[in-house]
Ligand binder design. Structure first.
Ligand code: AMP
Ligand code: TRP
Length: 332
């Protein structure tokens, strides 16, 4: 059956890309798999964070997971810093990771920008910590959006390098699960850029905490071209903004993009956007309500995270004992 692991950084509010590209798929997987989901706060501190905001965001992302449908009884749900094995395994794996592999990581290049010499070691080692997250639980499948594909390939390479170093099959090679119509949701302001928390314009994304009026405003302001909706998917290829809105619609409606085009071909974007607003509000508003109710009781969220960390910790300590034996470290 396999074991699922995934996580998101508690850096700010989640947006529609996080939901359609990842979170919604997690919810579906909990019926068929053993699932472990994590708020990766140690990843968040690879760039400067305000401590008070970080704690709040960790609780908020947990509330978002639950509001989206993650069941903390059926799944293990916890914060990364609550299980020490993540940092420990990350160190051990970093001793099996050639620098050349890390130098290829495009996310580091993007995040470090021009002043690479000033970027932190944590930002550089970020993908090794991600490999540790997955391998600590010997997860077999990792549901993520398309932007994490390269990091997943590195996790597989690191697992292979460790197994070869000790001539064992300790870690399964984790498979990415990149599912659904919207594996890469684009910015509402620029159809060639990914929808992202770090975009300076809030109009570029729909946040899971946006109310109906804000969603309506953002969708109506979303960039489009003057042409009506086309009949074929091929015609969308040269129209990134139109393509993105159709993709978002299809994902929210849980239909194919071709079916959406069949319904809207020849119509103006103003009309399509009105329908998209109704659909987005219908899908997101109940989740936002649930999230707000959960956030009213942070003590309960902390209890859920503590219980999750205990359950995750049991699996992690078994696997860490095995790693210590293989590497020649005394048992923890
Ligand atoms: P992050 O916000 O970088 O912690 O990403 C959390 C999860 O959301 C990861 O699985 C990402 O691949 C996914 N994700 C982030 N942005 C997008 C996007 N624009 N479209 C689809 N998936 C995304
Ligand atoms: N790097 C992932 C992102 O930004 C978050 C992440 C950290 C993750 N550890 C993970 C995702 C382990 C899947 C599995 O989206």
């Amino acid at each position: 059956m396999g074991r699922i692991f995934s996580g998101m950084q508690p850096t700010s509010q989640l947006h529609l890309g996080n939901y359609l590209g990842a979170l919604r798929n997690w919810v579906a997987l909990q019926d068929s798999h053993e699932c472990i989901f994590c708020a990766v706060d140690l990843h968040a501190i690879t760039v400067p964070q305000d401590p008070v905001a970080l704690r709040r965001n960790t609780r908020e992302i947990t509330a978002a997971y639950i509001a989206a449908g993650i069941d903390p009884e059926r799944c293990v749900l916890f914060a990364q810093s609550g299980v020490t094995g993540h940092s420990e395994l990350s160190w051990i794996l970093s001793c099996h990771t050639p620098l050349g592999w890390l130098n290829r990581m495009t996310q580091f290049k993007e995040k470090a920008g021009k002043h690479r010499e000033n970027a932190g070691l944590g930002l550089y080692a970020y993908p090794v910590l991600m490999a540790a997250d997955i391998l600590l639980y010997k997860a077999t499948h990792v549901p993520v959006g398309e932007d994490q594909k390269q990091h997943l390939e590195l996790s597989r390479d690191i697992a292979g390098a460790f197994n070869r170093a000790y001539s064992v099959e300790c870690f399964p090679l984790p498979e990415p699960l990149i599912l659904g119509e919207a594996t890469r949701v684009m910015s509402l302001r620029d159809g060639t850029k990914k929808m992202s928390k770090s975009d300076s314009s809030d109009y570029s994304r729909i946040n899971l905490t946006d109310d109906a009026d804000t969603i309506a405003l953002k969708v109506r302001k979303a960039k489009t071209d003057p042409e009506p909706l086309p009949e074929t998917l091929e015609a969308l290829e040269t129209r990134p903004e139109a393509d993105n809105l159709v993709t978002i619609y299809a994902a929210l409606a849980e239909e194919g993009r071709a079916e959406i085009l069949a319904r809207f071909a020849g119509r103006q974007f103003s009309e399509f956007k009105n329908q998209l607003v109704d659909l987005a509000v219908a899908r997101l508003a109940p989740m936002t309500d649930r999230m707000n109710r959960l956030m009213a009781d942070p003590g309960e969220i902390d209890r859920i995270l503590r219980r999750g960390a205990e359950r995750a910790g049991e699996i992690a300590s078994r696997h860490m004992a095995e790693v210590h034996d293989l590497v020649g470290l005394l048992r923890p």
